[in-house]
Design a protein. Structure first.
Length: 228
């Protein structure tokens, strides 16, 4: 029986600068997948939550789009790779983001991108099993106690090279400590604190904890620069 190629629901593809975490400042191509049921209260991409069949469009309508929309297009790995070539992007770092990209089997797509010489980063909440090529860099941004009610998986904690934790109050630091205790206190992982919604108190808290523990600060640089 022939293998059926996976189809991914794609919200947008664009080139910009990575504004968060370990790769801050890196030119990057973002492939945003549609669909997420985690339900983060501060989410700034709510338009990606629902895969509404009525909002499906042809791929040409979502390529290099500059405005947020809940429209999406079905694309295969081959179509996605061809689109990157056709768009003429110069960045060699690809970020698979969402939504929640790990709701889908990313092995065919991530493997193909790596074979074409791209560095591949996956941004995930850690609430879904990570099915991706071993050569990918996984950034886990743990979403604890969200509306969806999903726990952070041990397998996701162990797989991630980077934990980028959103913080607004001391409770969020305690939550992170409990998570790190489940994976040898984050040994060998890059730990970044990211103030939620650029709040001043959250930023001051994150700076203090980063200095105390020798962690990194992630300030969503793209929002300060007002770029995508």
């Amino acid at each position: 029986m022939p293998h059926q190629e996976l189809i991914y629901p794609i919200n947008e593809i664009f080139q910009s600068i990575q504004g968060e975490g370990y790769f801050t400042g890196q030119p990057a191509i973002f492939i945003r997948l549609q669909g997420c049921d985690v339900g983060c209260s501060w989410c700034d991409t709510r338009h990606t939550w629902v895969v509404d069949p009525a909002r499906e469009v042809v791929s040409s309508q979502i390529l290099d789009r500059s405005s947020n929309s809940d429209c999406w297009a079905s694309m295969t790995t081959e179509q996605l790779c061809k689109s990157l070539r056709d768009l003429g992007y110069t960045a060699r770092h690809v970020v698979l983001t969402g939504g929640e990209p790990c709701q889908y089997d990313l092995r065919p797509l991530s493997r193909a991108l790596l074979e074409q010489g791209y560095q591949v980063q996956i941004e995930t909440s850690g609430t879904t099993e990570i099915l991706a090529d071993a050569g990918c860099w996984v950034t886990l941004s743990p979403k604890i106690g969200m509306k969806g009610g999903y726990p952070i998986l041990d397998s996701a904690l162990l797989r991630a090279q980077e934990i980028k934790h959103p913080v607004a109050m001391e409770k969020h630091i305690h939550d992170l400590d409990h998570l790190l205790a489940r994976c040898q206190h984050g040994a060998g992982k890059v730990i970044c604190l990211q103030p939620i919604s650029q709040q001043r108190r959250a930023t001051e808290l994150a700076i203090r904890i980063c200095i105390e523990r020798n962690w990194r600060l992630s300030v969503q640089m793209h929002k300060y620069l007002n770029v995508d």
